[in-house]
Design a protein around this ligand. Structure first.
Ligand code: GLU
Length: 908
């Protein structure tokens, strides 16, 4: 215990001696009550703390002002949870007659002190974070009110435009402190994640976890004692880079050594209640150096060392002094005298202290209380860690809210700044031609060990944006798949999330799943999944290869046309009167006429012309000649097409491609197929909604040995076994440029791109994307592609070896026109046939005076019988009055058989 000596006079109304009278006189002159010495007590947890020092300095400061009384400090040290000790210490202070008790700062001890003070009615002055402040207590807390403080953090989160952030808290108190911030959570507003920093001194597991989550914005709430260790461990796990933003809630951030984090670019924002940079604060603290404190040997306090609770205690003593001077109307005549007697002035004293029209300008700014007696109106200083240490960037007070001195630096500028002269770790994987080891007998080191499209691309971007880079290799060639059960990433994505690399470049496909964990630049290459397979091979000779020039459809339709035209000839031959001829030309008046177009003759006639051989049968009527002509035209086209296509088939007939597209592959079992294990290609089949692709995925998963470690293994399998490899089209292009016996089969199954990956929300993402676009627009990307695909490492080998093996049988679409012409011709000929019949019947009906209809029906009935090759000749109607001497009417002007030349003379 410090100082137990007592110098004060307890009661000024003693009339025993002159000395007492003098004191009365002195009191009257001073008009400030009756005391020359006022005792105040303070409780601390531990000796020689900065708080005790500021308490003594505050008392020295007040006493130096000589207001007619002196403050006499009494100090007790207590253990935080030792109830008996706290009780004893308070009672000891009270028995010494202290008018107020300051502290202590732990909540349990302070609450106990509070309950005694409430009972005895002694002012209890606190300087601690306390969520349970009550108006009716005989207490005054100089610490900013929790609700008001909580608003500050929320305002800053909004000012920083964070949409998502993680709260790292150490104790439940922290969550109360951040209650406003927690209320900001909403599905459409802010994504807030809360993580507890466990009590052990190893915070790394939690920090690693938050890092892996991809979060970049953090609110860190912890005690000032643990803050240096937490920040150190955050730096160890890679959270202290320019990718991350921190708001640190403690108001003592200026008291710790921030030098290790000053140059990493981490955006650290803190708060100060004590404006350590202000002249006012500096002059007060510097003035302390002039005070000598009895029995104490404390080092001088520098402005940047002052803790908020020490500053609050200093201000509290000043406020107390201020109030004592105003209390002349209270006529306090006694001092407290132990734990059993109520003093009775506590409430009046506290009310005067928290008078809302009173403002004290202390170390913690204007000390001012609201009508409820809480310190809700205070000034906070927002500071930011820069290369030169903490810099003030704004203020907050309850009236005007947050006002930032510097405007938010535009993202563009920050990106440029953040990449300039930085060294980025770039992860790549060995995959031709994106990243490859340089082929040389020399020993190479660092970036010189690698070459390829991706390596050149990073080099070009680095030149544009002014950063340095170091390549590291993804040894297992895994690019990144999310394990759906453990929710953990593997491969390059994992390395990025764990902060082991800043960028990843190779044939890394941009997928929705990966995009949820990391960010990508604009795609630098577009591609799609296709099949890599061997080029068509020589087919075994086929017995019926002569059928190949025409597709099956054409053969069928041609046969149908043959039958159809033959039948038409047969029918039209019967209808047309001109096809009925005199079988015996030497007999002038034949009994019957004959028709050459029997069914078999018709079939023979058409097949004869189709086979280009001809027959003795020749059509006589215009209609049948028309059919014959059109049929000859048809055969001409078909035969020449067949011949031409057969020639092409004979040239390339030996080429055979068992699969032509992905469906062919799915529908067979002989050719095995697979893709890169864990690659986006395999995942495409896994996630596809197409039933065929899902089936293929199951086949690939369940067939041993079809999935490969990388593309090279797949290519080897295609070359050496009956295997088709699903690969990305740009990689197929590279392979087929160098392996002339391999080719891409079928079309691309999808469309996607490769991008450069990085952790989420990296400030330089846009710069990188812009650089990629610029390279694309200037043609540099294409030049790089040509270099690595067509020139380097054996490119361009297979340009001449490309063969056109695309010969296929003529399909109906190719020859359909000929069929149409044939059909048109036949239909026209049918009309002509009927015209011929009608003409002939009309002529006969006139001659024979038989009704047209009767004659026509007779003819049609004969036709409808469809059999018989002879037709009786109708005899001349005797009753008819005919000028003509002919006794019969020929059926046709061409009644002669084939070869008879009509003299156009009437027969006699
Ligand atoms: N580009 C693929 C990926 O990013 C790897 C190759 C593949 O799956 O075909 O996973």
């Amino acid at each position: 215990m410090l100082g137990s000596h007592l110098f004060i006079t307890d009661n000024c109304w003693s009339k025993k001696n002159v000395l007492v009278s003098l004191i009365i006189l002195f009191c009257a002159i001073q008009n400030c009550g009756c005391f020359t010495e006022i005792k105040i007590g303070a409780l601390f947890h531990g000796e020689n703390s900065q708080q005790e020092q500021t308490f003594q300095l505050a008392v020295a400061h007040v006493n130096k002002k000589q207001h007619g009384y002196e403050l006499k400090p009494y100090v007790q040290y207590v253990e935080e949870h030792d109830v008996l000790q706290v009780d004893a210490a308070v009672c000891d202070l009270l028995s010494n007659g202290v008018w107020a008790i300051f502290g202590p700062n732990s909540s349990s001890a302070s609450e106990q002190v509070q309950s005694i003070c409430d009972t005895i009615e002694i002012p209890h002055i606190e300087m601690r974070w306390n969520t349970k402040q009550r108006r009716q207590d005989v207490a005054l807390n100089l610490y900013p009110h929790p609700k008001a403080l909580s608003r500050v953090y929320a305002d800053l989160v909004k000012a920083w435009k964070w949409k998502s952030f993680t709260i790292l808290f150490e104790s439940d108190e922290g969550l109360i402190r951040l209650s406003y911030v927690l209320k900001m959570y909403g599905p459409k507003d802010f994504t807030v994640t809360v993580r507890h920093l466990n009590d052990s001194s190893n915070y790394r597991p939690v920090l690693r976890r938050v890092k892996r989550s991809g979060e970049i914005n953090f609110i860190l709430d912890c005690s000032i004692q643990n803050l240096p260790e937490i920040m150190k461990q955050a730096q160890q796990v890679g959270l202290m880079t320019d990718a991350y933003n921190f708001i640190i809630t403690t108001m003592d951030v200026h008291t710790i050594d921030l030098e290790p984090y000053q140059h990493g670019g981490t955006n650290i924002t803190g708060f100060q209640l004590v404006d350590t940079m202000s002249e006012h604060v500096q002059s007060i603290i510097n003035s302390w150096k002039n005070f000598e404190i009895e029995d104490a040997d404390w080092p001088d306090i520098e402005p940047e060392e002052i803790e908020v609770e020490s500053a609050l205690l200093y201000d509290a003593v000043l406020l107390f002094d201020n109030t004592v001077r105003e209390m002349r109307d209270l006529h306090i005549e006694d001092s407290p005298s132990g734990c059993d007697n109520v003093w009775g002035h506590g409430h009046s004293f506290i009310n005067l202290m928290r008078d809302r029209y009173k403002t004290l300008r202390g170390l913690t700014g204007p000390v001012h209380f609201d009508y409820e007696g809480f310190r809700t109106d205070f000034m906070l200083h927002i500071v930011e860690l820069t290369g030169d240490g903490l810099q003030k960037i704004g203020t907050w007070n309850s009236t005007t809210g947050l006002s930032l001195i510097r405007e938010e630096i535009s993202t563009e500028v920050r990106q440029e700044e953040s990449l300039q002269n930085r060294t980025l770790i770039v992860l790549t994987a060995i995959s031709k031609p994106y990243g490859m080891r340089v082929d040389t007998s020399q020993t190479l080191k660092g970036n010189d060990m690698y070459e390829g499209f991706g390596i050149d691309l990073i080099h070009e971007i680095a030149i544009m944006l002014g950063f340095n880079y170091t390549f590291v290799l993804q040894l297992d060639s895994k690019y990144g798949t999310l394990n759906k059960e453990t929710k953990k990433w593997d491969g390059m994505v994992r390395e990025l999330l764990e902060g082991n690399a800043d960028l990843a470049i190779t044939d890394l496909t941009i997928t929705a799943e990966r995009e949820s964990a990391v960010d990508f630049t604009m795609p630098f290459m577009n591609l799609g999944i296709a099949i890599l397979y061997k080029k068509p091979m020589k087919a075994a000779p086929k017995l019926f290869s002569f059928m190949d020039p025409f597709s099956k459809d054409v053969w069928i339709v041609m046969f149908a046309a043959y039958i159809g035209v033959s039948l038409m000839l047969f029918v039209m031959g019967r209808i047309s009167p001109y096809e009925w001829t005199n079988p015996y030309p030497c007999i002038e008046e034949p009994e019957t006429l004959e028709n050459q177009f029997t069914l078999s003759n018709s079939l023979w006639f058409t097949i004869g012309s189709l086979m280009q051989q001809g027959t003795e049968i020749a059509p006589i009527a215009v209609s049948t000649r028309m059919v014959a002509g059109i049929w000859w035209f048809f055969t001409l086209i078909m035969v020449s097409s067949y011949t031409a296509n057969l020639a092409a088939f004979l040239t390339v007939e030996s080429m055979y491609q068992p699969i032509k597209n992905v469906k062919d592959l799915a529908d067979q079992n002989t050719i095995k197929y697979g893709a890169k294990r864990g690659g986006s290609t395999l995942n495409f089949f896994r996630d596809s909604e197409d039933e065929i692709y899902r089936r293929m995925y199951n086949t690939m998963i369940n067939t041993p040995g079809v999935l490969t470690k990388d593309n090279d293994e797949g290519v080897e399998k295609v070359k050496n076994s009956n295997y088709a490899f699903f690969m990305e089209s740009t990689s197929i292009e590279y392979v087929t440029e160098r392996n002339c016996d391999l080719t891409q089969v079928g079309d691309k199954l999808d469309n996607k791109g490769y991008g450069i990956a990085m952790r989420k929300n990296m400030t330089y993402r846009n710069s990188l994307s812009t650089a990629v676009l610029k390279l694309q627009e200037t043609g540099r990307l294409q030049a790089l592609k040509n270099k690595w695909w067509k020139e380097e490492r054996g490119g361009g080998q297979c340009v001449d070896a490309e063969e056109n093996t695309d010969v296929s049988g003529l399909k109906l679409e190719n020859v359909g026109g000929v069929f149409v012409v044939l059909m048109g011709g036949v239909v026209f000929a049918i009309f002509v046939t009927f015209f011929e019949l009608l003409w002939d019947v009309g002529h006969k009906s006139l001659k024979e005076k038989i009704p047209f209809k009767t004659l026509l029906m007779e003819e049609l009935r004969f036709v409808a019988k469809l059999h018989g090759t002879t037709k009786p000749v109708r005899k001349y109607n005797q009753d008819a009055e005919v000028e003509d001497t002919n006794n019969f009417i020929p059926l046709s002007p061409y009644t002669n058989s084939y070869g008879f030349v009509d003299s156009k003379e009437p027969l006699t």
